[in-house]
Design a protein around this ligand. Structure first.
Ligand code: IMP
Length: 190
């Protein structure tokens, strides 16, 4: 079974290919221009926009995710604006740490959220799920693995940030792996 993964993010593609290795489900990266307007109000709406655009371009069934960081002390920001919060990972991290500079440890709870949507080649919704990974915003960045906000996303049960975990460890607990596992279970059943 082949599906187009509606992303230009090579890290995400690698994470998801790792997750689906050995299942017989082949995830292909998208080729050429791909700039869908992510103007949805929820992660699910944005995932659907991306999946439909990829299905249209490639004329194949498509899978898409939309994810982001929801910070309690910031009323849920940056949320669906996580990638647009600043221009680079480094700037996103320093802006977030700055916004939380007067926030105490016990008020720094945060969650990564990921919605995954699968559409047919015509763009009809076949499957949709939203999953989370709970943690806290650290006071400074640690670790070099992963991408995005990983260096400041602290997982109390691991006593480590997401960026200190290997891809294999991250794939056991991340929001995206939980959502893609649900999608994979659905794909294997259908
Ligand atoms: P999108 O899902 O490609 O729209 O991007 C969401 C943004 O949320 C990314 O650019 C990252 O900044 C952030 N994000 C989503 N998932 C992760 C993750 O697993 N680790 C770190 N940051 C993430």
């Amino acid at each position: 079974m082949k599906l187009i993964f509606a992303t230009k993010n090579k890290n995400k593609l690698a994470e998801v290919q790792d997750l689906l290795a050995g299942t017989g489900i082949e995830i292909l990266g998208i080729e050429g221009e791909f700039n869908p307007e992510e103007n949805g109000e929820t992660f699910e709406e944005n995932a659907l926009i991306k999946a439909r655009e990829a299905a249209k371009i490639m004329n194949m069934p498509a899978i898409a995710d939309d994810s982001g960081l929801v910070v309690g002390a910031l009323g849920g920001r940056p949320g669906v604006y996580s990638s647009r919060y600043e221009q680079t990972d480094e700037k996103r991290i320093s802006k977030l740490l700055d916004e939380l500079k007067n926030t105490k440890a016990e008020e720094r709870s945060a969650r990564f959220v990921c919605s995954v949507v699968i559409v047919s080649e015509k763009g009809e919704i076949l499957f949709s799920t939203t999953q989370t990974c709970e943690g806290q915003i650290a006071f400074s960045p640690t670790g070099y693995e992963g991408f995005g906000y990983d260096p400041i996303f602290y997982l109390p049960e691991k006593n480590a940030t997401m960026a200190e975990l290997t891809m294999e460890e991250k794939n056991k607990l991340s929001h995206r792996s939980k959502a893609f596992k649900k999608a994979m279970e659905w794909l294997l059943r259908s």
